[in-house]
Write a protein that binds this ligand. Sequence first.
Ligand SMILES: N[C@H](CCC[C@H](N)C(=O)O)C(=O)O
Length: 255
Amino acid sequence: MKFYKYQGTGNDFVMIDNRNLSFPKENTKLVKQLCDRRFGIGGDGLILLENDEQYDFKMVYYNSDGNESTMCGNGGRCIVAFAHFLDIFEDKTKFDAIDGMHEAEIKNGVVKLKMIDVEKIFADEEDFVLNTGSPHYIKYVDDVENYDVYHNGNKIRNNETYHKEGINVNFVTELPENKLFVRTYERGVEDETFSCGTGVTAAALTFMKKKHLTSVPVKVLGGNLKIYAEEENGTFKNIWLEGPAKQVFIGTIEI
Ligand SMILES: N[C@H](CCC[C@H](N)C(=O)O)C(=O)O
């Protein structure tokens, strides 16, 4: 089987052109093995590109634990770059994903992906909980660079409130000039990833709400992203996640 390895600010994915629907989707063990960094190709997730009746293509996302999951923002940016590489579209596209239709555009390797509207930011004591296509917990800390993301993220993800469905846990530090530094413990990877697209979007929205901003640059371990959004009567609309998405290598593997 032919595969394409992509990464978006260090969040990396095994990408497969499944327009012929030949990939054994029900084989959770295989997906987990393909994402394994020692016994497989390696990746935070695996993404299938499929045909769609209404839109240019369809995205099916699996976490590295092998289970299909909710929306992946960096994966969405990478599948747009992949679809462009396959000549499925010129510069703007619309595709279907588990949380609905997404618009996107690509220019010089930078992808802007429209995210779903966010109607509510919930409070959990002094922290925030919201869904940007995947569920996110946002905790502001003084020095995220030296913070124990794994243990503290794992604790929140598995606590009484969240252990059943799981949640992605983002730790955020404000930088000068209204910039954020975000590190994420990801559900379904069950570890810190170098970047989480739906996570930085969630973190940026909590910051925009507080500071009445319409864009926020975000630093992640794997690079830099930018989020744009407008707030209308408490709902965030026109939310865009922008950043690089790169093809790392192409390969074949026996499955
Ligand atoms: N692990 C997440 C999905 C991928 C999120 C992340 N990779 C992104 O870029 O949004 C979950 O199961 O909720």
